[in-house]
Design a protein around this ligand. Structure first.
Ligand SMILES: Cc1cc2nc3c(=O)[nH]c(=O)nc-3n(C[C@H](O)[C@H](O)[C@H](O)COP(=O)(O)OP(=O)(O)OC[C@H]3O[C@@H](n4cnc5c(N)ncnc54)[C@H](O)[C@@H]3O)c2cc1C
Length: 435
């Protein structure tokens, strides 16, 4: 087992850190303050090969599964909102890749991301006012009408909502079948019947646009159904006849693969807050002021000395928890890339731990710095942290998933052990003597 990053991974980490420090951080306070879309940073990321199809392909070639984590952690170290603005379209592209035919993937993935320097955006729209954690209760409907599908309903809290070139929308074609009656559709920007609803004003990740999407008799061609009509018909038929699809376990397995990336994004925020606090306590104001906060004097007056025992205890705990969270993400990502089943919920564990650690660490660091923290960069990291306990599965839902997967895995091991004991007894039992 080798925990060290190799030369390529280290060089990539350095490249991402430089982009985060030199391009993302200077823009962060502006977009955080006015909640504007950081187009100029997104374009620069594309120009430097740090977003888009090529970038995604590069990070998915690493046999250790670590390049994607390095990218996410470093970008979020820069600013979580801008990092999400740069990479959020990947969700829509992944939605197309998961459900589309090869032809649809070839057509729509580039439309979600753009090709070369051309920047395009995608949105992945599942959540509704009454259906977030409970996705089987979606109410947005898709009705077939000749050569078209007609969509009606409202999606809420959609990243890139209203600015995406392509929306991948999950809707129900048969509400009685729960999640088995649902399908994914592609709805391009400017389709009549699609409009942006309320744009959210948020606590954190304010550079990432979040908005409602409203569908009112929104008509799309029949072949914008991902996977095609025949596949959907077969799926509905199986569901109506009560046949198991295995889809729920497939979806769980897919989430296990994506959660380490979300987890390590939170770690990037915690790491940024930790590094800043160390520098603040050391009085090093050259590096101190990533967001040009008002704490710009180099005086150390009022700062708790680094040598004080309480300060050491907090810093040690924070450093240890950040390492633990990162290691869980690294392990889960390695498992995913190497086809090791995450049947114990290792992907969900990593996201759960990282989200909780980041919220906890930013809170502890604010407490440590004291009132000055309110006007320091810590307050932004504290605001940005919260979402990692909410989206991509709330912390409570992660706990449900982990406990269910742990119980299922334990039951399976128990049955295997029982079966092994029975067969051992059969071997040990002497054959009755023939008379
Ligand atoms: C900034 C932001 C960006 C987002 N981006 C997207 C996006 O791009 N696409 C998209 O589709 N969605 C997106 N979402 C939605 C997000 O995924 C949901 O908000 C999240 O899944 C929670 O769903 P909910 O809001 O309906 O809360 P609910 O599911 O109603 O949860 C409310 C509370 O109840 C708890 N709870 C729910 N069920 C259980 C249970 N069974 N056991 C214990 N506790 C439970 C939850 O943990 C939570 O604390 C985004 C949200 C935000 C805030």
């Amino acid at each position: 087992m080798n925990f060290a990053l190799n030369d390529e991974q280290l060089a990539y980490k350095q490249r991402c850190r430089e982009f985060a420090r030199d391009v993302i951080r200077p823009a962060a306070p502006i977009h955080d303050a006015d909640e504007s879309v950081p187009w100029e940073v997104m374009k620069e990321a594309r120009r430097q090969g740090l977003s888009g199809l090529d970038s995604m392909q590069y990070t998915s070639t690493d046999p250790d599964g670590q390049l994607g984590l390095i990218y996410a952690e470093e970008m979020h170290w820069g600013c979580a909102g801008i990092a999400l603005a740069i990479s959020g379209s990947g969700l829509a592209a992944a939605g197309v890749a998961a459900s589309g035919t090869p032809e649809q993937i070839a057509q729509w993935v580039p439309e979600c991301l753009g090709i070369g320097d051309e920047l395009k955006l995608g949105a992945y729209a599942v959540t509704e006012p009454q259906a977030g954690s409970d996705v089987k209760s979606l109410r947005t409907t898709a009705r077939r009408d000749g050569d078209e599908w007609v969509l009606n309903g409202t999606k809420v809290f959609i990243t890139n909502g209203g600015i995406a070139d392509v929306n991948v929308v999950v809707a129900t074609v048969d509400p009685e079948l729960g999640h088995r009656g649902q399908a994914s559709f592609v709805v391009p920007k400017d389709t009549p019947g699609l409009r942006m609803g309320k744009k959210e004003t948020k606590l954190g990740i304010r550079a990432s646009q979040t908005a409602e999407l409203v569908f009112e008799d929104c008509r799309i061609p029949v072949d914008y159904l991902l996977g095609g009509v025949d596949k959907l018909e077969r799926k509905l038929e199986r569901a109506r006849s009560g046949e198991s699809s295995g889809r729920a376990s497939n979806a769980l397995a897919t989430f296990e693969l994506t959660r380490p990336i979300v987890g390590v994004s939170a770690v990037g925020i915690a790491q940024a807050a930790y590094e800043w606090t160390l520098e603040y306590l050391l009085g090093d104001c050259q590096i101190l002021d990533p967001f040009e906060s008002i704490l710009d004097d180099s005086s150390t007056a009022g700062r708790p000395p680094l040598e004080r025992q309480h300060v050491q205890q907090v810093l040690a705990d924070v450093a240890t928890e950040i390492e633990a969270a990162r290691l869980l993400c690294q392990r889960a990502s390695w498992m995913g890339r190497n086809g090791v089943p995450m049947s114990g919920g290792q992907g969900s564990m990593s996201k759960l731990k990282a989200g909780d650690v980041t919220m906890w660490a930013t809170t502890r660091l604010i407490d440590l710095v004291g009132p000055a923290a309110a006007s320091s960069p810590l307050e932004k990291w504290f605001r940005d942290a919260k979402i990692y306990q909410l989206f991509e599965g709330t912390a409570q839902v992660q706990r449900l998933v982990v406990s269910r997967m742990q119980a299922a895995e334990y039951r399976e091991r128990l049955e295997e052990a029982r079966a092994a004991m029975v067969s051992a007894e059969q071997v040990a039992e002497p054959e009755p003597a023939l008379v």
